[in-house]
Design a protein around this ligand. Structure first.
Ligand code: DGL
Length: 268
């Protein structure tokens, strides 16, 4: 199968969280066309069963394939934890990257890293995907996980820097207070939206915050380069959602800090 280098990169998430990845990709690869899909009708994924998450993820994969993408970035930790292999079997030779692999690599590049904290959705934490992925590379590292299910609805509501967001973060992050973690992986792509508030809630400046967005963007660039698939004349950013396009557009423009073309509703 030959892949068209001028085809778009497909990026998806359950909602707006994956925009943190899309933003990093657009910055690292300004000449690439990007197709983003946010499953706004069915967000949040993190409280659903693995079977359901897999079913949704494969439907989105079919949609992105129908758009002729040349690469897929799974910009959702919950999907990465539950459906990465199934997506890869569907896409064949097409490169597929996921945020858990990127987040793990980034965390392990930090020194010292004898104790890593991970926050994520219930599904990601229950799957122990980060623990497995970290221990596959270094079994000595202690991993402390904390599920933060309320952060996704808060982010989707745009409540990222008010009192309720701070109180919620304080509650969830208190588990790390006396734990001596060196790094904290933001194991959900919605969580970087709270990036400003997290360090002050953690009350520690020495804990490094790991956001896999930059890391996956860099890997995407390297992969496209190695496969000779870099585009040099793109730069379009097109969003598709399964519900509430205006609301998505508003939040997306606020977060990306720029206007985007009209968001299209697609029923999978
Ligand atoms: N942003 C997603 C993640 O990285 C999914 C959040 C959700 O829908 O619960 O896990």
């Amino acid at each position: 199968m030959s892949i068209d280098k001028n085809a778009p990169i497909g990026i998806f998430d359950s909602g707006i969280g994956g925009l943190t990845v899309a933003k990093a990709v657009a910055k690292a690869l300004p000449n690439e066309d990007i197709i983003y899909f946010g499953d706004t009708a069915r967000v949040p994924y993190g409280i659903k069963s693995e079977e359901t998450i897999r079913e949704y993820a494969l439907e989105i994969t079919d949609f992105l394939l129908s758009k002729g993408v040349k690469m897929i970035l799974i910009a959702c930790n919950t999907v990465s934890a539950s459906a990465k292999n199934e997506i890869k079997s569907k896409t064949g030779a097409l490169p597929v990257l996921d945020v858990i692999t990127s987040g793990t690599e980034m965390a392990l590049n930090q020194i010292p890293n004898n104790h890593i904290g991970v926050i994520g959705t219930l599904a990601t934490v229950n799957s122990k995907a980060y623990e497995k992925s970290i221990h596959a590379l270094n079994s000595e590292i202690k991993v402390t996980q904390q599920a933060c299910p309320l952060l996704v609805p808060l982010a989707e509501e745009g409540w990222i820097d008010n009192e309720i967001a701070t109180k919620t973060l304080e509650n969830y992050l208190s588990v790390f207070e006396h734990s001596n973690i060196n790094s904290l992986i933001l194991g959900c792509t919605h969580y970087p939206l709270f990036k400003k508030a997290i360090p002050s809630v953690l009350k520690s400046e020495s804990i490094r915050i790991i956001d896999s967005a930059d890391s996956i963007a860099l890997t995407a660039k390297q992969t496209l380069n190695e496969l000779d698939l870099l585009n040099d004349k793109g730069g379009e950013f097109q969003c598709f959602v399964s519900d509430r396009p205006q609301r998505f557009q508003e939040l997306a423009e606020r977060f990306l800090g720029r206007k985007i073309s009209d968001v299209v509703v697609t029923h999978l």
